[in-house]
Write a protein that binds this ligand. Structure first.
Ligand code: MV4
Length: 504
């Protein structure tokens, strides 16, 4: 059984994994690029080894060097984190070939879910609902796609089979636009993935993006850990996630149905370790499998908070061949968690990435606040990697408490030297639609603007009033639970709860 883990990643997620290793009493090995000599993950690990120049291709994507360092340092397992090599079946296989545990799923599961058309066909064959679209897993020519498009109907989406995350995706409103958009989608997919293969899906409009976390051990046990609401995105980059989802809300039957379908999708590819099934959920609560992410995700902490599990430690236990410690009935969601992704980008300049040295930083702390970060004052944010500098995660007994806590934490958070999207999150916490949980995947791009939020200063008293009511509401709600559990509460403060539920 292995007791030493190499973390094939950087930044906050490398730090997160090192912490899990430490708590499990395991040795950790970091790897780093030229740009990361001073990085936090290098300082926190028990050992650290140089990989190569700053560009990922020459460092964090070097399978050969990482495997060589793993053997040299005598680790028994490799955790890939997210991004970089996390969803490369060939890397998972290379680990196994060297007798090193890949802390993730089997190469065959990664490959099956990596090709989105194969994934659709595989889960559909197991009885999982997919969005109506092209069937099977073979590549289709333009002639065939044009003929199938008429049957699927418009509007529809062209998606890259090698894709995910919206790359190579095109919305088509009419058959007349098909040839041009097919060409554009194939070209973009070819440029991004070296694979121009595409498939078609009917466009589900005004949908929510809700995902289910699952855990599977090597003994055939699979459980789900409830949902995360991930609809707040901009150009397919998630900005904020929460658990549970207000849209699922107290519809426990829907939650368990989605969970059971997610478990079935995982079983369809013989899945092991932590994974996430993404669903589109329409306004009538119909849900459809979108894709499966065969890795640990950025937003895993919100699930950790509402379930009380440590997903990274569970991943390592699973890779060591242990049985899941919970059965489905042991998983109870409690409270509310919200995560804001703090990015080095300027929300006032079209979210342009910002680089430079962090000169000062004050992190928010106190009750219900968790910050996962890989940076510190003096560290330089380079242009070589993604712009995530930290994840600010708050918990609360109710969603109202979590929102108020997030506002407080965002106010405490001070970073100088680089621009961050903290003002964006502050505006979001002031948004009536966010407070009411009334948002879908188009909200940030179509209905939200920093300028409009700034101009709306005259609405500040109104925001203050709603916040005061949220505080009072959650206090009276708790008091009501304690004093008169079953009595019908006709308090004036109850209106916020009703207002929140009104537009479900
Ligand atoms: C969709 C969809 C609506 N209908 N598929 C986006 C990335 C990839 N994970 C799949 N995505 C979507 N697929 C069908 N059939 C909506 C999305 C989607 C989305 C689309 C446009 C703008 C933002 C979006 C955010 C999440 C999901």
């Amino acid at each position: 059984m292995f007791n030493k883990v190499l973390i094939a990643n950087r930044g906050e997620i490398a730090v997160r994994i090192i912490r899990a290793c430490r708590e499990l009493g395991m040795q950790s090995v970091a790897v780093f690029s030229e740009a990361d000599r001073q990085a936090l993950h290098v300082r926190l690990a028990d050992e650290a080894y140089y990989l190569g120049p700053a560009p990922a291709r020459e460092s964090y994507l070097r399978v050969d060097k990482i495997i060589a360092l793993a053997k040299q340092s005598g680790v028994g397992g490799i955790h890939p984190g997210y991004g970089f090599l996390a969803e490369r079946a060939d890397f998972a296989q290379a680990c196994l070939d060297e007798g090193i545990a890949f802390i993730g799923p089997k190469p065959s599961s990664i490959a099956a879910m990596g090709d989105k058309a194969v994934a659709r066909a595989t889960v559909a064959a197991s009885g999982v609902a997919v969005v109506p679209g092209t069937e099977g897993e073979g590549s289709l020519g333009d002639e065939e796609l044009l003929a199938l498009a008429e049957n699927i109907g418009f509007p529809l989406l062209i998606k890259a089979t090698a894709g995910g995350g919206g790359k190579g995706m095109r919305e088509v409103k009419s058959i007349l636009d098909m040839p041009g958009l097919l060409h554009a989608a194939r070209r973009e997919a070819e440029a991004s993935f070296g694979d121009g293969n595409v498939y078609l899906e009917k466009l589900v409009e005004g949908a929510r993006h809700i995902e289910i976390q699952i855990l599977a051990d090597t003994h055939g046990n699979v459980i789900h850990l409830g949902e995360r609401e991930c609809s707040l995105q901009r150009r397919h980059q998630k900005l904020l996630e929460e658990a549970p989802s207000m849209f699922v809300g107290d519809d426990e039957e829907l939650r368990q149905r989605m969970g059971a379908v997610a478990v079935r999708a995982a079983q369809a590819v013989d899945y092991v370790n932590a994974g996430t099934i993404e669903f589109l959920v329409d306004k009538d609560k119909n849900f459809y499998f979108l894709e499966m992410n065969t890795r640990l995700q950025v937003e895993h902490p919100v699930t950790e908070i509402v379930t009380g599990l440590d997903i990274v430690k569970e991943q390592i236990r699973i890779a060591r061949g242990r049985h899941l410690r919970q059965v489905q009935n042991d998983i109870q969601l409690s409270g509310w968690a919200i995560e804001c992704r703090i990015n080095a980008e300027d929300p006032y300049s079209n979210f342009l990435p910002s680089t430079g040295r962090i000169s000062h930083m004050i992190l928010p702390t106190g009750p219900g606040v968790r910050v996962d970060t890989g940076v510190y004052p003096g560290f330089e944010i380079s242009p070589f990697y993604d712009s995530l500098i930290s994840k600010l995660i708050v918990s609360g007994v109710t969603r109202g408490e979590a929102i108020l806590r997030m506002r407080r934490a965002l106010e405490e958070y001070k970073i100088t030297g680089v621009r961050t999207n903290i003002p964006f999150h502050q505006r979001m916490m002031d948004s009536h639609r966010f407070m009411g949980g009334q948002y879908d995947t188009r909200f940030v791009e179509e209905r939200f603007s920093m300028e409009a939020a700034q101009e709306g200063k005259e609405t500040l008293p109104e925001i203050a009033a709603i916040l005061a009511t949220l505080v009072a509401h959650q206090q009276t709600e708790r008091a009501a639970h304690i004093i008169q559990r079953n009595a019908r509460d006709t308090s004036n403060w109850k209106w916020v709860g009703r207002w929140e539920r009104m537009h479900r």
